[in-house]
Design a protein around this ligand. Sequence first.
Ligand SMILES: Cc1cc2nc3c(=O)[nH]c(=O)nc-3n(C[C@H](O)[C@H](O)[C@H](O)COP(=O)(O)OP(=O)(O)OC[C@H]3O[C@@H](n4cnc5c(N)ncnc54)[C@H](O)[C@@H]3O)c2cc1C
Length: 290
Amino acid sequence: MSGDWNGRVLERKALAPFTWFRVGGAARRLATPFDEAALAALLSEADGPVLPIGVGSNLLVRDGGIDGTVIRLGRGFNGIAIEGTRLRAGSAALDAKVAVAAADAGIAGLEFLRGVPGTIGGAVRMNAGCYGTETKDRLIEARVALRSGEIVSLSNADLGFAYRHCALPDDATVIEATFEGTPDDPAAIHARMDVLMAGREASQPIREKTGGSTFRNPPGESAWKLIDAAGGRGLIVGGAQMSEKHCNFMVNRGNATAADLETLGETIRARVADTSGHDLHWEIRRVGDP
Ligand SMILES: Cc1cc2nc3c(=O)[nH]c(=O)nc-3n(C[C@H](O)[C@H](O)[C@H](O)COP(=O)(O)OP(=O)(O)OC[C@H]3O[C@@H](n4cnc5c(N)ncnc54)[C@H](O)[C@@H]3O)c2cc1C
């Protein structure tokens, strides 16, 4: 798998620099296909498990790394095209760029993506959302490469969206997504996004090594309120800490291991279960070997 295809494969490549937490071990192989044909060839030829990743803003790679092929899409997968009130984006396009492109084109409805620091692939996989809108509310269809290398178009319904979840298998790679918005004045859309961003800056540790919300909100509850009530705000395990600013966010204080972060999360889960009876579920995707 080198030389005769349009892409790059690196062996035993450290993944920490590709995640927001900056922790974790190496991938057996890190593959960067440059176009769709190369992705399909890679998938049909690769042995063992594969895992697509975006920019690692919701990802905790364990310290033992990933014994498989990690796929990171980049060049060739980050285009954005607009037709009327529809926007088609490659899965490596950053959510914020997509939101700004939509606003510039006078397409309302994708403002929520402005503050999500991931890619479109990650947004589809996680059904990313905030401020009352989720990816599933705007997505029409997605093109997806299956583990076999076959490329299929899937409708919103096919994707089986639920809260921070879609029904795709973990080894399916989102290639592209099409969204539909409504017409509006670009200046008004930008103004709404500015308000959202100011709120986010004030309430989340967005300049730290973090992974976004650690736990999903239980139905009708806020994970952060349960964590706060359990005394979890600011709790430290090794180099990991529950953020003082937003106590459902973990932060790497500089020297955390993935084990520190995972132990911190499990300690919080146990404390919340003791104090409130709620069983918190991880929103952060934990991958790889301990
Ligand atoms: C400061 C901060 C704020 C955040 N705020 C929000 C928020 O408001 N709302 C919200 O929903 N999330 C939020 N997040 C979490 C995160 O940004 C989202 O979940 C985002 O969608 C993840 O995208 P990513 O590209 O970083 O994916 P990664 O973290 O790299 O991966 C996440 C999951 O998506 C899968 N994946 C990634 N790319 C693909 C692809 N092309 N095909 C198939 N699967 C893929 C991975 O396998 C993994 O399971 C925040 C994170 C941070 C750090």
